[in-house]
Design a protein around this ligand. Structure first.
Ligand SMILES: Cc1cc2nc3c(=O)[nH]c(=O)nc-3n(C[C@H](O)[C@H](O)[C@H](O)COP(=O)(O)O)c2cc1C
Length: 574
């Protein structure tokens, strides 16, 4: 020990301190020019030297040299570019952030997300469609995964005397019946017997040709209806001959003049096609109500141009409002005209509930003119779209439950409910979803994304990019080849069939004969740890004809506030 101390004392400490100081300064100088965050880039440069050495010395390492050289070049370009600060600060390695961000949805979906987390559809919901569309067993063992004590948990009450039904092919007549067709101004001489579960509007353009072919062939095989979406009827809709609901949006695609206004002659030709069973005027959709749409010129293919009747090389615009009418009365006159031009087919409209007084104005116009649509489809704010501004998807329009409840109850209160059939759409996947909507007043339900899952959609949410990984929402010919029409036709058909079978079992368990017997009294909801309520106790209820009385006492506030100020002649408050 003594010897060590003596040795230490003899060391030239002043010199050592000076040397260390110089090394520190050199490190500082180096780190100012080559910070440690450049480490990976510097390692690539060293890799170049090492690979050069082994190449010259031993004749190996060409690949390593090329790789390191490319990474060094990437680093040079990273520090010189001006778009991404992260790459300027972290050359080469900074690309990891973009890579991880790119695969984040997949990592989240496959490894992190729980089965019940909805984003917007949970894994459990998607799996249910996949299983039903592949006839894989959809029973699951060991009991429910749901927390039945959670506020908002819902269930359907069963009977001690379940019924036995012969068929799950539940149907509803729209536009009257063959014996008693509806007649309001123009008669509906071709009422339609629709399945109570149909494919919601999705245009050719937002969906690929193969997706449309498979949806329509599935609809044909299962005897249900396929809504064209506002992109009109393409050749792919016609190939397989499945029943069509022709949707007409504000762009009047398939029935427009060059200036974008409505053309009655073109309408008549398409509407009288035997494959078209009903006509649906689109006022709005839940994911972007009050917002028009543009298909950029670059995406207007010859097929889309032919289907929509729009020129190539120009943006294809759907305005935010219709030009064929500007008041509730004019809208109903338009409906009556379309019914006549179509040769007596059911005509209705689709909308997401916005200002209550505008909806009341339409109902008042029905009472004033005696013209009623044959059907109304209520779309919920939770609905999907190919592309929409996020504020619109997140914060514009009424959710389906509230929209449907108001529409159904207004029609009951106005004494018009018997003349108009109600459809609805909004995240319907399971038979319980259908049962619930019918209990709230719907006569039938539509699903869009549910059928997309049946086509193989994996919820990659890249519909707006044209890079759909499963070929469902792309116009790229190579990508959509991945979607094999015969295989997906079968899945669309099976998803519909198995879902209605499951609905039949629910209806039987409730002791009923048809899902249209379901009411809000059949569905229970937990409202607290210790309290449950029937939906009928929680949602509005309007007595038949209540809106035809002078006094609105006892009616929900929305009627007291907005019904008196609504006018049949204007969408504005009177
Ligand atoms: C890809 C895609 C395209 C759509 N295109 C239309 C359309 O052209 N017209 C329309 O009225 N609704 C359109 N919708 C809305 C659906 O028809 C439906 O109303 C909404 O998505 C709610 O149903 P869902 O929750 O079952 O998807 C589209 C939805 C999606 C996902």
């Amino acid at each position: 020990m003594q010897r060590i101390l003596t040795f230490a004392k003899k060391l030239p400490w002043a010199e050592i301190r000076a040397q260390l100081g110089r090394i520190g300064q050199a490190m500082q100088w180096l780190s100012a020019r080559l910070p440690s965050r450049y480490g990976f880039w510097v390692a690539c440069m060293l890799g170049v030297l090492l690979a050069l050495f082994t190449l010259v010395g031993f004749g190996v390492g060409l690949l390593a040299l090329l790789l390191c050289l490319s990474l060094v070049a990437v680093g040079v370009s990273d520090v010189r570019q001006t778009r991404h600060a992260i790459l300027r600060n972290y050359p080469v390695i900074g690309h990891m952030r973009f890579l991880l961000e790119y695969i984040r949805p997949e990592i989240r979906q496959y490894f992190i997300e729980s089965d019940s987390e909805a984003a917007p559809f949970s894994r459990a919901q998607r799996s249910l469609v996949y299983q039903r569309s592949k006839t894989q067993p959809d029973n699951h063992p060991f009991g429910t995964h749901l927390d039945v004590g959670r506020q908002g948990y819902e269930w359907i009450n069963h009977s001690m005397q379940p019924s036995t039904l012969a068929s799950s092919d539940f149907r509803v007549w729209i536009g009257g019946t063959p014996d008693a067709p509806s007649d309001s101004r123009s008669p509906c001489t071709q009422p339609y017997s629709a399945s109570i579960f149909n494919i919601s509007a999705m245009s050719f353009g937002s969906l690929s040709a193969n997706a449309i072919l498979a949806l329509n062939a599935g609809a044909k095989r299962g005897g249900f209806a396929h809504d064209t979406g506002e992109g009109s009827i393409s050749e792919h809709h016609r190939t397989n001959g499945g029943d069509l609901i022709w949707e007409i949006g504000s762009g009047y695609f398939g029935c427009r003049n060059p200036d974008g206004s409505f053309n009655a002659d073109f309408f008549e030709v398409n509407a009288r096609d035997a494959q078209v069973k009903m006509i649906e005027i689109k006022l709005s959709q839940g994911a972007k109500p009050g917002h028009g749409g543009i298909l950029p010129a670059s995406k207007v293919t010859p097929e889309i141009s032919a289907a929509r009747g729009v020129p190539m090389g120009q943006d294809c615009v759907s305005p935010s409002r219709h030009s064929a009418f500007s008041s509730p009365v004019e809208m109903l006159e338009f409906i009556a005209e379309l019914r006549k031009l179509s040769g007596g087919k059911p005509v209705g409209f689709k909308f997401c509930l916005g200002h209550a007084w505008e909806w009341f104005a339409i109902v008042k116009a029905m009472l004033q003119t005696g013209i009623t649509p044959d059907f109304i489809v209520v779309d919920g704010a939770e609905g999907g779209t190919g592309a929409a501004p996020v504020e619109f998807s997140d914060h514009v329009g009424a959710p389906m439950q509230e929209g449907l409840a108001l529409v159904h109850n207004t029609l009951v209160g106005a004494g018009l409910r018997d003349r108009i059939k109600l459809g609805c759409a909004g995240k319907v996947i399971s038979a319980f979803d259908i049962a619930r909507m019918m209990a709230l007043g719907a006569d039938w339900v539509n699903a869009a994304r549910g059928f997309m899952f049946a086509l193989g959609c994996i919820q990659a949410q890249s519909c707006h990019t044209g890079n759909c990984p499963t070929g469902v929402t792309t116009q790229d010919p190579l990508r959509q080849k991945a979607l094999v029409v015969s295989n997906k036709t079968e899945r669309v058909w099976l998803f519909h069939k198995s879902t209605l079978h499951a609905l039949m079992e629910l209806v039987q368990a409730a002791g009923l004969q048809h899902p249209n017997e379901l009411t809000a009294r059949h569905i229970m909801r937990r409202v607290s740890d210790t309290d449950v309520r029937m939906l009928s106790q929680l949602l509005m209820h309007v007595a038949p004809g209540a809106l035809l009385q002078d006094k609105l006492d006892g009616l929900p506030d929305v009627f007291k506030t907005h019904w008196p100020s609504a006018s049949a002649d204007s969408f504005s408050v009177a």
